[in-house]
Design a protein around this ligand. Structure first.
Ligand code: 4NP
Length: 160
């Protein structure tokens, strides 16, 4: 039985990637695949290391049944490229920042989350940090859509 490890990556690891982590964990649990799919998140920046997710992200997530309160910000580490099967970036800047430090052999592990979406055709998960509450709802809508597609893609890689 193989397992797959994925890490969602944004800039601060306090808004988008912790939201994606919680949404994916919820969907993985519902699919009874919690022992097969490892989920984590990290930021490319270092400003929010050790911080809990943004209050606005926590509030929006809680209203949909996702608890972000236990998560803490961390920065991507070089070991993450070996440890995870996929590093899934929220936007092009995050993907570029990852590619810049990624060992060449692991470059194809870097993907964009919205590649897996089926309802929303946006290329990126838009950064909600400097906007209003509606931005955090959009992040959750995008994560719910794309994580469904991601889970479907991962299922095909899980060997019985
Ligand atoms: P995130 O959002 O990358 O989705 O966690 C941000 C968090 C913090 C900052 C920018 C975006 N910041 O500038 O501190």
């Amino acid at each position: 039985m193989n397992t797959i490890a994925i890490c969602f990556v944004c800039l601060g690891n306090i808004c988008r990637s912790p939201s994606a982590e919680a949404v994916m964990l919820h969907q993985v649990g519902k699919a009874k695949l919690a022992d097969r799919i490892v989920v984590d998140s990290a930021g490319t920046g270092d400003w929010h290391i050790g911080h809990p997710p943004d209050e606005r992200a926590q509030r929006a997530a809680k209203a949909r049944g996702y608890d972000l309160s236990m998560l803490r910000g961390r920065q991507v580490r070089i070991e993450d490229f070996a440890r995870f099967d996929l590093l899934i970036a929220m936007d092009d800047a995050n993907a570029a920042a990852l590619a810049k430090v990624c060992p060449a052999e692991y470059r194809d592990k870097i993907r964009l989350l919205m590649e897996f979406a089926t309802r929303d055709d946006s290329r990126v998960v838009v950064d909600p940090y400097f906007g209003g509450d509606e931005g955090f709802e959009r992040v959750l809508d995008q994560c719910e859509d794309a994580c469904e597609g991601l889970l479907k893609a991962l299922r095909t890689q899980l060997v019985a």
